[in-house]
Structures are given as C-alpha cells and as structure tokens.
Design a protein around this ligand. Structure first.
Ligand SMILES: O=C([O-])CC(=O)C(=O)O
Ligand SMILES: [Mg+2]
Length: 645
C-alpha cells in the first residue's frame, strides 16, 4: 500500500521526464522492481554515478567519457552513466605521498599523463590497469581465502590502501561483501581487533583526554566531516563489552555509509570512546589496546560524552552523530540528552526499530493483509534492552499514525525479558520507556506460555541469546497462528535466537523469516526452497544519514524514521513478497538509500527542520540526492597550485 507521498515519488520515478537524468532514473526504477537474481547489481547502482556534496570541495568530481570503463556489461544499462565532464581532484601532495594516501591512490590505475604530472613515473610497475581489472584481480585472491576473517582482513587492507577501489568492490558486490565487512564477520574482527591490529583508523577519546577534546578533533585531517559513528564498546552486537576493540563497528558501519549510502569516504569518522572495559579477559590481555581499567560510570562518564559531543560539533557544526552499540544502561539516556540539540540518532534503538517496522509492514503484506492492520497484530518482543524497547516504541508510534488509540496500540505488545513477560507488578523496577508496555497480567510468564495463551502473530528476538527460540516454542507459535512472523534479530549469526532452517522446519515452512545477520535460503525435504530476508539496520541508517546531512537537518525526528521505514517497505517488489522475502535484495541497497534520503528530506522540509535545501534543489529531490551521492570511481588528479603574481 503506497502512502500518498510515496505514490507521488513512485510516479516521479516512472515519469516521462525529458532530461537525461530522469531517463536514467526510469531505467533504474525498472531494475529495482525486478527481483531476478540475474539482474545486474551494477546496473542497479550505476545510475547514482555522481560524487560528493559541496560544489566547491576539491574532492567533488563528475565522470568524463574517457573514464567510462571498457568492460561495459550492457550498453543500455550504462547509457545514463556517461557524464561528459569530470572535474579533477586537486591535491597538494606529490609522488609517493599520493600512493600512500588511500583517498588519493589508484594503485596501478594511474595513467601515463598522471604518472608524469604527479611525479609517479618509476614508482609504479609498467602496465596500467583499470578499476575493473583491479577488481577482478582482487576478487580472485579474496575468493581463494578459506575463512571470512581472512577475507575481512584482506578487505580492510584494501581499505587502507585504496578507498576508491575498496568502496567500488563493495558497491559492485554488496551481497558478497556486506557479511565480510559487517555482521557477522565484523563481530569476530572486533573480538580479535587488538591481536590483529595493523593500522589505526578513526579516533579514540579516553579519560586522559578530558579537557583536550576540542583541540584533539583538529588532529583529524579532514575539514568537512559529515557523519560520525561512535561507540563506547559496551555492547558490541550481541557479544557484550569489547571495549576499544569495538572500533570495527564504526568502521564497518561507515563503509556502508559510503558504499550503500553515498557519503564520500573523506567525510566519515569512526570513533571509540575508550572509557575502559569491564570485560575481565580484556583487562588481563597483554595485547589489548584499549584502556585497561574498569569502565567509567556515572557523572564522569556522561561528562566525557558531553565533551566529545561539544568538540565534534565545534569543529563540524552540522555533523551527524550515530550512536552505536552502547549498552542499554546508557543508550536511551544519551539519546534523550542529545536528540533535540544535536543532529544524532541511536542506530540500535531507532535504526533497528525503523527497519523492523519496514520488515513487518512487508511481512503483513506478504500474508495478504492490509498494511493498516499492524495494530491488530499480537507482537511478542523477546528482549527488553535498548533494541527491544526501541522497536516497541517505533511500532507503537506507527500504530498511532495508523489511527489506533494508545490503549489499542499498547495492548498489541507482549515484552519479555530474562524474567519472563513484563507485567505491571514490577513496574517500580522498570525504565520509563519500558513501563508503558507492562501487561496488566501474567507477569513473569515464560515465552512458551505466552505463545500458548496469547498466540502471537509476530515474534521478535533481541536477546543476544543464540538458540533461545527452541523447537517447543516455535512449534507452539505455529500451532497458534497460520503463518507466524519470526524475526530472530540478534547479531552476529551465533547469537540469532533460531536459524532459518529451524524456523522453517518447526513451522512446516509456514513462517515468514527475517534475521539480523544473513541466512541463506533453505531447501527443505519437500524439495521446496524457502526464502529468508535480512532485517538489518543497514537498510535504514545510510539513507537516513544521507538525507539528514544533505538537507542540513536540525535533528533526526521520530517521524523521519517512520517515513524511512515506509519508504523501505515500498522498495520490496510484489514477487519477492509472494515468496516471503520482506526486504529488498541487498544489491538494491543504494536505490533504497536514495529513496529513504529523499523521503527524509521531504519530511525535514515539511517539519521545518531542513536548513540547506535551496528552492532549486527542492524542485526535484530525486535528482538532487542522486547528484550528491558519492560513487567510487577514479577521477583525474592534478596539483593544487597557489599562484602568486
Ligand atoms: O550491526 C548490526 O548488524 C546491527 C546492529 O546495529 C547491532 O546488532 O548492534
Ligand atoms: Mg548496533
């Protein structure tokens, strides 16, 4: 079901516009609605082939005909990508300083003219490769490696050498690469971060830095940071307190910001607030690289976060700060503290909430019900941490949007923590966010008994307890309703509450399944294939961040996230829904981010929160966002000169 604004957008995508960009968007729209596995992911992404934002920035580029690669997969699909001018990147360094700078390096792809111009002659082997040859060579070696962690290391090495090539590998092979740079492999990469440390990336702030942070931010070499992802390492995925080893998470999320969300790599900054760790193993580990002392808590902790927030806003006033993997004991409080004054959001609370809402809207559609029936569902959320309550809040908000009363909306929820169903009896012990969802009866009831008695139509797992949804529980769900919607959302894969195979087997293939980390489709003994989806906030945060930064949003409002969820839900083609897939194919992620960004900007403008959209930009936001999206491509490099007369 399309909302009216979405209908307008959909019409725009299909519209008979006369300029060439619109012709391209039409093509792209055709690509996204196809769910055929043979449709080229390259084609789906190419239409966004433009680079960064501010026109006066030296990193901004447009692509020229001579950069259009020889290996064109399909002439038709490329038509729209041939731009006739590519403004050069002006840099002040020369020679080997270029080769060792991952933002500038093209490795063996520097052409002869450039080799002379930039004093690279003799510093590179003779033959000149193009980006496609480089990718082919990289993939052969990568695919030869026998473990995902080795592949992650190889990718991060590339990230450190040549950001353009790294992001292009991600853009062109998103389905294969996302699990290697993100969940599940990023979990292991974090666990082994200290022992495998090679090169620093991002910034660390610790207690010793109190009083210095406003100065420290100037140590970061980039003058125009748009997005920061920050963690204090206290709850890394479902793996718990990993301290400063959590740096892998901001790094992985920001890779997705660039590749999936079209933010240019020089505009992102990964951050760890190294406030110690309560992980005993790390405290005793001779190779652990973070501060080896117990976690800072209480007012001192909040003051440190405060100084950090002030410092980054001082240098980059419009920067978006994404809070990531903060323990539930502090996550909501930090969000509440900053959400109205800073451009920020908490991905685990709000991003997961919005993504889950989108998945549920899809799942309800897949079951053939009306979108408006979200409030008629019985939703069992297992896990009452920041993600569980964040999801409940977003779904609750969506029900109110859909016209349900507060009481009707509240009655839809059954939230369980480790003590069972949360009932009013323990209301004194609950956080303010949890209280509204406490049930009048059945406090402490087990999830199996909740399944028996209340017959939930939807079950969401956010417990970080792998395997919690056991056979007894899942069979009980299937006995209660025809097609249960089962989303084990905990990450990484080992923490998923059940596997796809278990969910399909125990429900005789009837459930609709989506998980936080990816699962392959399942072939059952009946010979039928059952499809899975990945319900991961990677579908939401890049687009929200792109939209919010492009329009200079004053803040990220709840409504922006709701709108983002609806935009995401509308990206799922009917034929995917028909086979139980409730999220768009991952190869379409740039298209999804584009659509979400447009929707977020529209909402920001409606709400008076957009500070940077000119009347000209506002005329065609589809075109505006597409033009501003970074696309990893080599651009000509020239010397920056200061001319004195
Ligand atoms: O990183 C992910 O895949 C999702 C997420 O934010 C988390 O699990 O904390
Ligand atoms: Mg997270």
């Amino acid at each position: 079901m399309l909302s009216s604004s979405a209908r307008v957008l959909a019409t725009r995508y299909r519209g008979n516009a006369s300029n060439s960009w619109k012709r391209n968007s039409q093509k792209a729209a055709v690509v996204t609605t196809s769910s055929s596995p043979t449709s080229s992911p390259v084609a789906a992404t190419r239409f966004f082939a433009t680079l960064p934002t501010e026109e006066d920035d030296a990193m901004d580029v447009k692509v020229s005909p001579w950069e259009v690669p020889e290996q064109v997969p399909d002439e038709g699909e490329w038509e729209g990508c041939r731009r006739n001018f590519m403004s050069p990147l002006q840099i002040s360094v020369r020679g080997s300083d270029i080769l060792t700078n991952p933002l500038y390096s093209k490795g063996t792809a520097f052409k002869n003219g450039e080799r002379d111009r930039l004093r690279l002659r003799g510093l590179l082997p003779h033959r000149i490769m193009n980006i496609h040859k480089q990718i082919d060579r990289f993939l052969i070696t990568l695919r030869d490696l026998d473990s995902n962690i080795r592949k992650n290391i190889m990718l991060e090495d590339l990230h450190d050498r040549n950001e353009t090539l790294y992001h292009r590998v991600l853009v062109d092979h998103m389905e294969e690469m996302a699990p290697l740079i993100y969940t599940p492999t990023v979990g292991q990469a974090c666990q082994e971060h200290s022992s495998r440390f090679r090169r620093p990336r991002g910034m660390y702030f610790s207690e010793e830095d109190r009083g210095h942070m406003a100065a420290m931010v100037y140590n970061w070499p980039q003058p125009d940071v748009h997005v920061i992802v920050v963690t204090d390492g206290s709850r890394i995925l479902g793996l718990g307190d990993l301290g400063a080893n959590g740096m892998g998470i901001p790094v992985g999320k920001l890779s997705l910001y660039c590749a999936a969300g079209g933010i240019a790599p020089h505009r992102v900054l990964p951050v760890v607030l190294d406030v110690g760790t309560d992980n005993k193993e790390l405290l005793e580990d001779e190779f652990y690289l973070g501060a080896q002392k117990p976690r800072l808590r209480g007012p001192e902790y909040y003051h440190l976060v405060d100084e950090f927030m002030e410092a980054v806003r001082y240098r980059w006033p419009n920067v978006l700060v994404q809070f990531e993997d903060f323990d539930s004991s502090v996550a909501q409080r930090l969000l509440d503290k900053y959400r109205n004054e800073h451009l920020c959001f908490n991905d685990d609370i709000q991003g997961t909430g919005a993504t889950t809402l989108a998945g549920l809207l899809g799942a309800i559609r897949a079951k053939g019900e009306e979108v408006t029936s979200l409030g008629d569902q019985r939703i069992l959320i297992v896990g009452a941490g920041s993600a569980g309550i964040g999801i409940a809040q977003v779904l609750y908000g969506a029900m109110l949007e859909q016209g349900y009363t507060e009481q009707q909306a509240k009655d839809s929820f059954f939230i369980c923590d480790q003590h069972g169903l949360i009932g009013e009896e323990r209301v004194g012990k609950l956080t303010p966010e949890t209280k509204p969802f406490a049930r009048a009866e059945d406090d402490g009831m087990s999830i199996v008994d909740v399944a028996k008695k209340h017959k939930p139509t939807i079950v969401l797992g956010v417990t970080a307890v792998g395997g919690l949804f056991n056979e007894e529980f899942v069979r009980e769900l299937a006995a209660g309703v025809e097609r249960p919607i089962i989303f084990p959302l905990s990450n990484p894969t080992v923490k998923a509450e059940c596997t796809a195979e278990q969910a399909f087997e125990w429900t005789d293939g009837k459930c609709i399944f989506a998980s936080g980390s990816p699962f392959d489709p399942v072939e059952m003994v009946d010979g039928k294939t059952y499809y899975t989806s990945q319900c991961n906030n990677m579908y939401v945060f890049p687009g929200v961040g792109l939209g919010a930064t492009l329009c200079g949003a004053k803040k990220v409002s709840d409504r922006m996230l709701y709108i983002a969820a609806k935009a995401l839900a509308e990206c799922v083609p009917e034929e995917d829904l028909a086979r139980g897939q409730v999220f768009p194919h991952i190869s379409k992620i740039r298209m999804v981010s584009h659509k979400i960004a447009v929707a977020v900007i529209e909402e920001a403008m409606r709400d008076g929160l957009a500070t940077k959209i000119s009347a000209e930009d506002a005329k065609d936001l589809n075109e505006f966002v597409a033009r501003k999206m970074y696309y990893p491509e080599y651009v000509p490099i020239v010397e920056k000169r200061t001319i004195t007369i």
